[in-house]
Design a binder for this molecule. Structure first.
Ligand code: ZN
Length: 345
């Protein structure tokens, strides 16, 4: 692309004094991973591509469905018809928005075996995931390899975000020692999600990313920001390292248990078209609570022994120890994705 058009492209961003020509050059030299390309990821990836980060890697394990279009702004009905992987659909769209940068779509389930290779050498990781297990994995790789990341999450009309600058700010495990028990937290697939809250949270994540990438690290927020878009209430919470009280396994102990394989396990069940997902540290879950949370979005059957529900042609049975058997697939990635969406954590 001729130099003239390239400088026009970013002219309004360069006019902003804290960015300027020098900041834009830094942004162009930077590399960003968008981990998870659903609601938050599509907005964040779009913001980064348009802002001109030099290299953008978009990682996602899922494909586009019709119920995504309400909030996942990079996808359309053609993607739904083709059942296109989200990472590729997003990369294709954004390559047409900004062909002057390198954009890679990676169809992959982030796990302890591949995450280091997928993020090594990148300047920043943006959280677009939908589950705590992957976030703790990102947190481990961030602290271990000194790559900042920006946590973000949304459900209903509520969202939150926090910058994690390794060695400087609190990390995600300073905020919470471990993931909440399976089935105990609402997810977008059980409690719903409003499109505008995604834009707000991704917008906050995006502005923090631009600060970091343009060399304005000192201006970055050191707080956990949460908001309810419906009531327009915003809360900022100071988060001391190690939660101010206890030792953080990750920051203080330099133990990277998720990177070394802690977390859920999934195995394909021999002779059956099914996968068993076993969450980390089997916690007793309340079948009654899970059934009532699910009842708004899927047809649920609750027995003394399990909760069973159907999502399209897949049948999910969840047991009181949090374990689930997903029938109708042999693919552990599909099974883990479904577990994260409907059971949670
Ligand atoms: Zn920590």
């Amino acid at each position: 692309m001729p130099e003239q058009r390239s400088s026009e492209r970013y002219s309004r961003q360069v006019l902003y004094p804290a960015i300027g020509a020098a900041g834009q050059e830094r942004i162009a030299a930077s590399t960003v991973v968008v981990a998870g390309c659903g609601a938050l990821g599509t907005v964040s990836a779009s913001l980064m591509a348009r802002a001109g980060v030099g290299r953008l890697r978009i990682i996602d394990r899922d494909f586009v469905e019709i119920s995504n279009l309400q909030r996942q702004v990079l996808f359309d009905e053609d993607d739904v018809r083709e059942m296109k992987p989200k990472a590729l659909a997003a990369a294709d769209k954004l390559s047409r928005v900004n062909p002057s940068i390198v954009i890679e779509g990676v169809v992959s389930d982030l796990n302890p075996d591949n995450i280091v290779d997928l993020v090594r050498g990148f300047s920043l990781i943006l959280d677009g995931t939908d589950n705590f297990e992957t976030r703790f994995l990102i947190n481990d790789v961030s602290v271990r390899h000194d790559i900042p990341w920006i946590y973000a999450a949304c459900v209903g009309s509520y969202g939150l975000t926090m910058n994690i600058l390794p060695g400087e700010t609190a990390c995600l495990r300073c905020v919470m020692e471990s993931a909440p028990p399976p089935g105990s937290v609402p997810t977008c697939d059980t409690a719903g999600i409003l499109g505008p809250v995604v834009s707000i949270i991704s917008g906050l994540q995006g502005i923090e990313a631009l600060k970091y990438l343009s060399g304005n690290r000192e201006s970055m927020s050191r707080e956990l920001v949460s908001l309810d878009a419906w009531t327009q209430t915003m809360t900022r919470l100071e988060v001391p390292r190690s939660g101010g009280r206890r030792r953080c396994e990750t920051c203080d102990g330099l133990e990277f248990s998720y990177l070394s394989g802690k977390g859920s396990r999934s195995v394909t069940i021999c002779g059956r078209n099914a996968v068993q997902v076993t969450p980390e540290g089997r916690a007793a879950i309340s079948l009654r609570d899970l059934a009532s949370r699910l009842s708004g979005s899927v047809a649920v059957q609750e027995t003394k022994f399990l909760v069973r529900f159907q999502v399209e042609d897949l049948q999910v049975a969840v047991f009181p120890d949090g374990r689930a058997i997903i029938t109708g697939t042999k693919d552990p990635v599909v099974a883990r994705g479904l577990y994260a969406r409907y059971v949670g954590a």
